[in-house]
Design a protein around this ligand. Structure first.
Ligand code: PLP
Ligand code: SF4
Length: 349
């Protein structure tokens, strides 16, 4: 993820870097080997055919995609597993619900150059890739099949010119889709260009890849991260403590080893993490992995995701109870993205 932005921005993605010649077990082969078929997902999750018609209906609208490393953390034979619920399409997805639309954030006015969204002060968001390693059913971009416009050098040039010319910019945020779907060679090039822009101080990445395919955090990635003068922040996307296994802990340790500050954003999801104890355990587990909770987003009203919704009043009450359970530094900020606002909007009980 995972920026809460949904508009028909052209991505200036480097085309998807699925590499069929990649060695087995490499992150690239794990990415291209992800399950993309409802039947295979049910088999892997140990569920019977009863779930198939719902899964196929949802898959038509937004394809199933789950890498093996994430699947391995799902409890087999449990349709209510909180990780499975994030990736298995249910019958409900195909029901139209009033107020749930295909473009909940209705924004198109902040795109000064291809793949660039400049909405908030001092930071600019670059859509570096349209693809993700995992398809989360509640995603606000589920109706937005970013074609992988492989960007021309000229487009990148204009995007970087925009950053060079605006010296109010302090932070460049690589987002998507998932920016880490791109190859290290391309990311190294891009970060090198950003590094050379004197007014930039920080590089931020919004990504779910170190969680869903921890092997993504390899030597090649650590090298370009080590080589930049920019301060580095990575905002991960984890919704449940079960997502953090030993391999994720290791990946986080390596990232911290090269000076990356790790933060997390979650989405509050019905029957996944809409529970004080689950959220408390998540914050505790995040801290064990060296990650600080940052945002807890309420769901964007995207069509097909209504069954994940937790009303604001309930979200606020949950958050108040969570506040009583945790030290302040482990309490995520409960927010919503409101179209047109200059920052995320806090939600009160
Ligand atoms: C969420 C978002 C950011 C980052 O906001 P922070 O509050 O700094 O995390 C930046 N740009 C856009 C367009 C966003 O939607
Ligand atoms: S990782 Fe999941 S939530 Fe994030 S952008 Fe991709 S599909 Fe959406």
């Amino acid at each position: 993820m995972i920026t809460r932005t949904m508009q028909p921005v052209q991505t200036i993605s480097f085309s998807a870097d699925c590499d069929n010649s990649a060695p087995r077990g490499s992150w690239q082969s794990q990415l291209s080997g992800a399950i993309r078929d409802p039947e295979a997902l049910l088999a892997a999750a140990g569920l019977d055919k009863r779930w198939l018609s719902g899964a196929e209906g949802g898959h038509q609208a937004f394809e199933v995609r789950v890498p093996q490393a994430y699947l391995s953390r799902i409890k087999k034979g449990d349709p209510n597993d909180p990780l499975l619920r994030q990736v298995l399409p249910l019958e409900h997805e195909t029901h139209a619900v009033a107020g749930y639309v295909t473009d909940p954030l209705e924004e198109a006015d902040h795109t000064p150059a291809a793949g660039l969204i400049h909405k908030y002060a001092a930071r600019v968001l670059m859509i570096t890739s349209g693809a993700c390693a995992i398809n989360c059913r509640y995603c606000f971009r589920r109706h937005f099949p970013y074609e992988d416009h492989a960007a021309s050098r000229a487009q990148w040039g204009r995007t970087l010119d925009y950053l060079r010319e605006d010296d109010s910019l302090i932070e460049a945020i690589l987002s998507g889709g998932d920016p880490l779907v791109s190859s290290d060679a391309r990311l190294a090039w891009l970060v090198g260009e950003l590094d050379a822009i004197p007014h930039l101080k920080r590089l931020r990445l919004h990504t779910r890849l170190p969680v869903v395919i921890p092997d993504r955090v390899d030597d090649a990635m650590l090298e370009w991260l080590s080589n930049t003068r920019l301060q580095k922040v990575m905002v991960l996307h984890i919704n449940h403590a079960n997502e953090i296994d030993d391999s994720v802990m290791k990946a986080c340790e390596r990232l911290r080893g090269v000076g990356v500050t790790l933060l997390n954003q979650s989405v509050l999801l019905r029957d996944v993490n809409d529970d004080v104890e689950v959220l408390r355990a998540l914050s505790e587990r995040l801290f064990e992995a060296g990650i600080l909770p940052y945002y807890l987003h309420v769901l964007d009203p995207v069509a097909g995701a209504a069954h994940f919704d937790v009303p604001d009043s309930e979200a606020g009450a949950l958050h108040d109870r969570l506040r009583e359970q945790l030290p302040g530094f482990l309490l995520p900020r409960l927010v919503r993205e409101v179209p047109g606002e200059r920052a995320k909007t806090p939600i009160q009980a």
